[in-house]
Design a protein around this ligand. Structure first.
Ligand SMILES: Nc1nc2c(ncn2[C@@H]2O[C@H](COP(=O)(O)OP(=O)(O)OP(=O)(O)O)[C@@H](O)[C@H]2O)c(=O)[nH]1
Ligand SMILES: [Mg+2]
Length: 319
């Protein structure tokens, strides 16, 4: 299967295909992802999250234009944890990104992860690996803000932007603590509206309280006309430099790798379990437990041992 090689050589269609396989949780995806090892790590991954309608897509579009004018290769992932792959929720985003649709320097994909049992982050980490190997040096991930998702994204992104609006009830009291913790940069978008300076001042007063090596900047933008976008891009560069200098980048990359690894292990595990279902080994084990010959925990240990054998490097399914 040449999918990995094609992606490494910059074939966007191969990348789209592999992301589809990841969405479908197909076994071939794991094999192709393995083939990308050694070709990742160069991309800066920027997560963009925030409440519905705050202007995330518009901002991603404006940042894309900014990076393209500097000849950067851009990848965009729009995450929708609830929709099926053909679902409509991301259609609007696709339309909003239309001006980049014909640009081969911009790769745009939505990621529907409804079928993923092991959590969203595993699928996103896989898709990131694909875009990274494809040679996208900037990867923007937009998520529909829905509770846990922002936090998941912070686990895989290098830099997380949390987008807020003035006068939208986004005032300090209603901000969930977890979201602020996840934010590396706070963006007050729709700064053309009343109350933007006030919101910025309130947020700054709050971030000043954080006792951290990185003081979360609060950047004002008007995504619709690009105002503030160069300043936002500069803040992202500063944050990346901070991550590199402090060693935090390596820590974050390692946490992404951990998610990938645990996801892969979980999948292999489930697949092996499925293969064992109905087998004489399992039936025999059940007989022994129900007959009182084997304590359940010991049976579980035997099952684990058997599955480990199934997953070992010599097993035919692994070759
Ligand atoms: N006034 C003003 N409107 C903006 C600005 N940025 C975005 N908008 C508008 O806000 C609306 C929502 O923008 P989107 O980019 O779709 O917001 P989103 O956060 O991606 O929305 P969801 O993906 O549905 O959560 C659109 O009508 C935009 O044109 C801004 O800076 N000022
Ligand atoms: Mg959007």
């Amino acid at each position: 299967m040449g999918l990995a090689e094609d992606i490494i050589h910059g074939d966007a269609r191969a990348a789209a295909k592999l992301i589809s396989l990841i969405e479908d949780d197909a076994p071939e995806a794991a094999v192709a992802l393995d083939g990308l090892a050694g070709h990742v790590g160069a991309a800066a991954v920027i997560g963009v999250t925030g409440a519905p309608g705050t202007g995330k897509s518009t901002l991603v579009d404006a940042l894309t234009a900014h990076y393209r004018s500097a000849d950067q290769m851009v990848g965009v992932l729009a995450i929708d944890p609830s929709s099926e792959r053909t679902g409509g929720a991301l259609l609007g985003d696709r339309v909003r990104m239309q001006r980049h649709a014909a640009d081969p320097g911009v790769f745009i994909r939505s990621l529907a992860t409804r079928g993923w049992e092991g959590g969203l982050a595993g699928a996103v980490a896989g898709a990131l690996r694909v875009l990274d190997a494809l040679g996208r040096n900037i990867i923007l991930i937009e998520t529909v803000g829905a509770g846990q998702v922002e936090v998941d994204i912070a686990a895989v992104a290098d830099t997380t932007l949390v987008v807020l609006n003035p006068g939208s009830g986004d005032d300090i009291q209603t901000l969930k603590a977890g979201i602020l913790e996840a934010a590396d940069i706070l963006v007050v978008n729709k700064a053309d509206r009343d109350g933007a300076e006030r919101l910025q001042a309130d947020l700054e007063a709050m971030t000043a309280l954080k006792d951290d090596a990185w003081t979360t900047p609060v950047v004002m933008t008007e995504a619709v006309n690009g105002r503030g976008v160069p300043e936002l891009a500069a803040a992202i560069v500063r944050h990346h430099a901070h991550l590199t200098a402090s060693g935090e980048l390596a820590v974050r990359r390692r946490s992404r790798l951990k998610i990938e690894l645990l996801t892969a292990a979980e999948k292999a595990w489930r697949a092996a379990g499925t293969r064992l279902a109905g087998s004489s080994f399992l039936e025999d084990l059940l007989d022994r437990v129900s007959g009182g010959d084997l304590p359940p925990r010991q049976a579980a240990a035997e099952l684990l041992q058997r599955l480990a054998g199934e997953l070992g490097p010599d097993h035919p399914e692994r070759r």
